[in-house]
Design a protein around this ligand. Structure first.
Ligand code: TRP
Length: 346
């Protein structure tokens, strides 16, 4: 009888990604990055962080909302199909190693590296903060680099707006490894099928504050109403029988994403004036709801048990901290600050 040798399990590569808990996630997040995470959780050892400290960069005056907002984001993750048995969901402020690593990085990151960050610039402009920034806000990309590297991640599935932060992380990793020796892999960004979903109103970006979003948690009727009332179509079409221009129509664009199998038919019907805009919107709402329905069901199951959700976050945080502690031991050794007695506590 021959003996079957089991090959030693090769450690899987790691993913780290996350979101600020500043409100419910929308379908733009889903196609931009969340769908990738659900798909890749089985292939990569996946860490998903709820960035509550980063949320404080803009919400420091209302920290009391964080508890509820963290729960909402966790519910969104569980609803879309992140499996807490497979992936690790954790809370940023509960992993103090991230703050520690941020402090070390801050010593060798030139201010110019964060000053020129286009995402920071856009956000600062939106808030009127260009000439008067907060320390934490200006430096949050450095803290984000610590989020990513504290688990020594290889891949960062994110939306397009996060690319400058991943680029900064790569620079920090290169500089750290050069200064102190090879501790970190250089992480790569992974952008979703749709890097940036336009808003229902055709504006550049989907966002709750612009009132042009569809939330993952929206009930079916709300999805239908939002699409009916807010989605824009070809303005040249006054009557349902007017021939339309799908190439400039936001509703058609959404069909290409949420109804890929039907998009050709929609395009022809629009061109020929054989479908009116309202019917075309209702058709789209049906497809978006088809995507969201199984998510609603999963959400309902967890919504009734918030304590279980907190337990998932506690367990995830324990797992993340174990990896973070290992990383920090390597960092301290590389930096020669692994003094005798390190970690012995008070
Ligand atoms: N900046 C991200 C956002 O605004 C959230 C985030 C924090 C993040 N830390 C991260 C994303 C690390 C990817 C990796 O949504």
């Amino acid at each position: 009888m021959s003996q079957v040798e089991t090959a030693p399990a090769r450690p899987r590569k790691r993913i780290l990604t996350g979101d600020r808990p500043t409100g419910a996630l929308h379908i733009g997040h889903y196609v931009g990055s969340l769908a990738n995470r659900v798909q890749l959780q089985h292939e990569y050892e996946t860490f998903i962080l709820i960035a509550d400290v980063q949320a404080l960069t803009t919400n420091f005056h209302a920290p009391e909302n964080l508890r509820q907002d963290i729960l909402q984001v966790a519910l969104d993750y569980l609803a879309i199909g992140i499996d807490p048995e497979v992936a690790t969901i954790f809370v940023q402020s509960m992993v103090p190693e991230i703050a520690e690593l941020t402090a070390f990085y801050s010593m060798f990151v030139p201010v110019a590296w964060v000053e020129k960050n286009p995402t920071i610039k856009t956000e600062a402009r939106q808030r009127g903060w260009e000439d008067d920034m907060f320390m934490g806000f200006m430096a949050y990309p450095v803290s984000q680099a610590a989020d990513i590297t504290v688990v020594r991640a290889h891949l960062v599935p994110v939306g397009e707006d996060q690319l400058p932060h991943v680029e900064l992380t790569r620079r920090i990793v290169r500089k750290f490894n050069q200064l102190y020796g090879e501790v970190f892999p250089e992480p790569e960004a992974l952008i979703g099928q749709v890097p940036r979903l336009v808003g229902l109103d055709g504006q550049e970006k989907m966002s709750k504050s612009l009132g042009n979003d569809v939330l993952i948690s929206d009930p079916a009727e709300v999805v239908a109403t939002k699409i009916k009332r807010r989605a824009v179509t070809d303005p040249a079409r006054i009557h349902p029988k007017d021939p339309g221009h799908p190439e400039i129509c936001t509703v058609y664009r959404y069909h290409t994403i949420f109804n890929p199998a039907g998009q050709e038919q929609v395009r022809q019907n629009c061109r020929n004036g054989t479908i009116g805009c309202v019917a075309c919107k209702m058709d789209l709402a049906g497809h978006v709801n088809g995507l969201l329905e199984p998510m609603r069901e999963r959400r309902r199951r967890y919504e009734e048990r918030p304590n279980d959700v907190w337990e998932i976050l506690r367990e995830g945080t324990r797992r993340a901290r174990a990896v973070a502690a290992d990383t920090m031991a390597r960092v301290r050794a590389a930096m020669h600050i692994d003094y005798p007695g390190q970690g012995t506590g008070p």
